[in-house]
Design a protein around this ligand. Structure first.
Ligand code: PLP
Length: 370
């Protein structure tokens, strides 16, 4: 949690909501937070100002972006993705295909084979840049160029990229991008997602979720939908004001550091962790690319009893994630993790593995969130 978040939100609750009640929508600028904060995320992902807007959850933003992208390529029926993509993105595509009922198919191939499957049948290439499980990083620029050479629209999910590594949407010529703010941006539980639409398409796209706040004049309460100009048309309903306020101190941190500094340190921390773990725990298998340029800001190791290991480590103050079936994932966020933390994590992992500390009934019951 960013240290300033508690007081910032408390001030908002007291001075804005507490004092002004619903007058805050006008007087405290609540309605413009979605674009204001979008404009602060834009430089972190190499987007033009005015082309990023906040709201809803990432799954909803995937739905909107994918539906809009498919509509731009009406003659084609294939959505191409890979089986390393996060399931929610794939589930959203499957649901949208059913809703549209126009014969679309979702083709999921091996991550390393994606470029061979980009052809003139594909409508949309929908990928997550950094694999949530293995940390494998796609070459966004090269894949987008290949896609465009075949008339394919691109949709990139930046969930594990934003705040973790440099992203250049404009330089890579990306059409649509989405991402969440509760991973490397530290926006907190339930922090809203963002969506980016490139300038060439922003006034052409229709929102699949044409809610009132994406309307050109929401407070005219017209009976028929008319899309707003620009990125505002990707709004759906009322913005999550308190969650947006929570994001402000998280983004203030980025006024003090550059993403290049963070990336450099993230690579150093990941390299140190891999080196230490491989020398201390020979029974573990690295499940992330060895080349740091092909990796995001997390490192995964496979171990059959990984769930228990992650539980035992959490009890010792080192919090990782378990991703089924056997993936132990460790995230390295240099804004608050340093070499000392990495050494502690490696030491704890070694202790848990070599003393079989994971082998206790209390570490075997799966919690709702793993
Ligand atoms: C974390 C993550 C999500 C989660 O979506 P929510 O709607 O915010 O729960 C979706 N897609 C990817 C690629 C993710 O990494």
């Amino acid at each position: 949690m960013p240290l300033a978040a508690r007081e910032h939100v408390a001030t908002m609750m007291g001075n804005e909501w507490g004092e002004q009640m619903i007058k805050g929508w006008n007087n405290a600028g609540w309605m413009s937070l979605s674009t204001q904060i979008g404009d602060r995320i834009a430089p972190l992902i190499g987007a033009e100002p005015g082309h990023v807007i906040m709201g809803d959850t990432l799954s909803i933003k995937v739905h909107q972006a994918l539906a809009a992208a498919l509509a731009l390529n009406p003659g084609r029926k294939v959505i191409l993705s890979d089986y390393g993509n996060f399931p929610s993105d794939l589930y959203i595509a499957q649901g949208l295909i059913k809703t549209l009922d126009r014969g679309h198919t979702l083709k999921t191939v091996a991550p390393e084979d994606v470029s061979h499957h980009i052809d003139d049948q594909v409508a949309v290439l929908m990928l997550t840049e950094v694999d949530y499980r293995t940390s494998r990083k796609h070459d966004m620029q090269a894949l987008t160029a290949t896609a465009h050479a075949h008339g394919v629209i691109t949709l990139w999910d930046l969930a594990h990229s934003v705040g973790a590594l440099p992203v250049d949407l404009v330089g890579s010529n990306v059409d649509f991008a989405v991402g969440c703010t509760y991973k490397y941006l530290n926006g907190g539980p339930g922090a809203p997602a963002f969506i980016y639409v490139c300038p060439a398409y922003v006034n052409k796209v229709d929102s699949s979720l044409s809610g009132w706040l994406g309307h050109a004049a929401p407070f005219d309460f017209e009976l028929d939908y008319r899309a707003a100009q620009g990125i505002e048309r990707l709004r759906v309903g009322t913005p999550p004001v308190i969650a947006l306020k929570c994001l402000e101190p998280a983004l203030d941190i980025w006024d003090l550091v550059t993403i290049d500094q963070v990336r450099k340190q993230s690579i150093a921390l990941c390299e140190l962790f891999i080196r230490e773990v491989e020398s201390r725990c020979p029974g573990l298998t690295l499940n992330s690319p060895r080349n740091p340029q092909e990796r995001g800001s997390q490192v995964s190791f496979c171990f059959e009893e990984g769930y228990g290991v992650i539980q035992a480590m959490a009890e010792r103050g080192v919090i990782g994630d378990f991703r089924a079936p056997d993936n132990m994932r460790f995230g390295f966020a240099p804004l608050y993790i340093d070499e000392h933390d990495v050494m502690t994590a490696a030491t704890q992992l070694e202790e848990v593995i070599s003393n079989r500390l994971w082998d206790q009934p209390k570490y075997k019951t799966r919690a709702t969130v793993t």
